[in-house]
Design a protein around this ligand. Structure first.
Ligand SMILES: [Zn+2]
Length: 133
């Protein structure tokens, strides 16, 4: 498992709009380097969200996609800032991995392209005029 905590930093995460507190952020990255454990239900959730947003996951025989690993860890930690929302958890995963490309895909799928009258699962707004923070 590669060392996530050397590759990413909290300052850049905040610049991308990250909302999780530094303690949980650091704890998630630290756990990602030594635990290869993941569970099937959070993997399925992450895969479904990625599929919905058209985000590619790269799983190989001996390596699981970073997004799935971090999503599982964050799901365990349950940062209070994400209000227990799977969508918000996944968004924070993308911010932590500094994956701006996937981040904009997620916002487009959830916010811009949602059906009129429905709430955006990321920001909770019903209006289209509002930006998705
Ligand atoms: Zn939104």
């Amino acid at each position: 498992m590669q060392n996530f905590s050397e590759k990413y930093n909290y300052q850049r995460y905040l610049e991308l709009g990250g909302i999780i507190n530094e303690k949980d952020y650091t704890s998630a990255l630290t756990r990602s380097k030594d635990s290869a454990t993941f569970n099937e239900s959070t993997t399925k959730q992450a895969e479904n969200i990625a599929k919905f947003a058209g985000i590619e996951l790269h799983n190989t025989e001996d390596a699981i996609d970073e997004k799935i690993i971090l999503y599982g860890i964050l799901h365990d930690i349950k940062p209070k800032e994400t209000l227990d929302s799977d969508w918000r958890l996944f968004r924070e995963v993308l911010r932590m991995l500094e994956d701006t490309d996937s981040l904009s895909k997620l916002k487009i799928a959830c916010h811009t392209n949602r059906r009129p009258g429905t709430y955006c699962p990321l920001c909770g707004q019903i209006e289209f005029s509002e930006d998705c923070p």
